[in-house]
Design a protein around this ligand. Sequence first.
Ligand SMILES: [Zn+2]
Length: 512
Amino acid sequence: MRGCHAKEMPRELEDWLALESEDWSPYYPFPGNIRQAVVGALHIAQRGLCVYCGCRLDMRRPGKSYHIEHFRPQLRFEELSTDFANLFLSCGQETRDGNVAETCGTAKDNDFNEHCHVEPEYPQCTGRFRFLLNGNAAPHEVGDMAAETMIALLNLNHGELRKDREELLFAIDAESLDITDFIDPASGLAQGYAHVACSRLDGVIPKMESTAYLVHEIGGAFPGDSERELVEDCSVIEFSSRQFPILFRERWKTTCLAKQIQGIDVNGLCAEFDKLRNAAPSRSAAGKRYFVGHDGSLQAKDPDRPSEEHLAIALWNLKKRLPRPGGGWELVLDYQFPLQGSARADRGLGKVDLLGATDQGRLVVVELKVRRARSSRGDAPVLALMEGLRYAAVVHANDRDIAAEARTRFDIEVSDEPPIVQVLGPESWWDGWRDMSASTRRAAGQWEPRFFELSARLEARLGIVIECLSLEGAELEDITWRAHGPRLGHAPKMHMIHRAEGNARDVGPATG
Ligand SMILES: [Zn+2]
């Protein structure tokens, strides 16, 4: 067991824990910025090595290639779930080849024996073990049940670990390596299995002088870290839709629609967008994928009552590059694209109707709307815009993880530009909101110019692109049911809803 040097609690975590009150308790998984700070501090304390097996940690795939390990399992020691002293970095859930890991934190899982364990404190814990020339680890003292228990619990004599150590011990004995050969002087990080070398050479990995290397060596290695500015306003620590009253406003009445849009506090809305981006949950940090492997089928849904989800799946099922009105194309990558890190903590965040990518490699967050019946118009475009903005903030915060998955799954390169927010609906949906009866129009007012003015201001302020597109040939009646799911016979055409249109159309007198 390799263990961990003395740890220094990061300021971010300390400040966050100090917010505990009667109404709020710290929780795990940590929000993004706290997690980054904790991972950074542990990485330094462990000199870049797994706390158990001592191999060099691969920091590129949170959850998979490494994870935050609770030495005393969260399930049984809930009160220690955010206790820094109980946290370490361990190998992740997958091996380099993508198989399920069989050692370290993954092997240990929720097992722990309070009466028979070795605390992962370097160098004391390494001293409890010895390494045989065949690479096997064994208790240093015969009869040390705790050391024996830890070897079994963490599967430290797994074939690959044993082989690595055997080769290392052979090299040490043959070439008389020095302890300093196991420390990278530039980064201060240790080489994998440095503790095995130390044990063989009767040395100790020196204490690290400086942590400045973090900026150079690790800064770019933690996904999302350099992009994500730390949240200065510490009041946003956990996702809750109540903290975003404009973005998550659900009720937009047709009466006085123009006035309601005009009344939106754009500064407040932009602040909410930034806040959500900073507090965005990370699925990767929770060990979950973004592309969950949808197969285009819809179980337990009535084919006779088509909905937005049917249309979303039908569009995805086309598997075609759709020409974009302004040139180029876009491809639907997935539907019902999940954003929640933890189902419990991130309730209310919802799923993206469709996630696409353009020929320029820019992600497209599609908010799809339909008119379910002739008698109803369906959701208002301004609600669709707000929903699209929510998703864009969270997608943007996680774009590196999403890009990495898209590369593996679809072999495409996705840029780190903010995503395009696309409000998309069949022509009938747009018509319902544009061609109102005279009396409805009088009540609603000329909402279109207000809506497009709002979009333009948001684009300028947030650096995003907002697109309003209609689909020709993608009405709910056009959806057929074949094999396992909804299909469209032809690829629909996308048309831009022009910004000047609201003024130009003859829609009767407006009273605002
Ligand atoms: Zn390990």
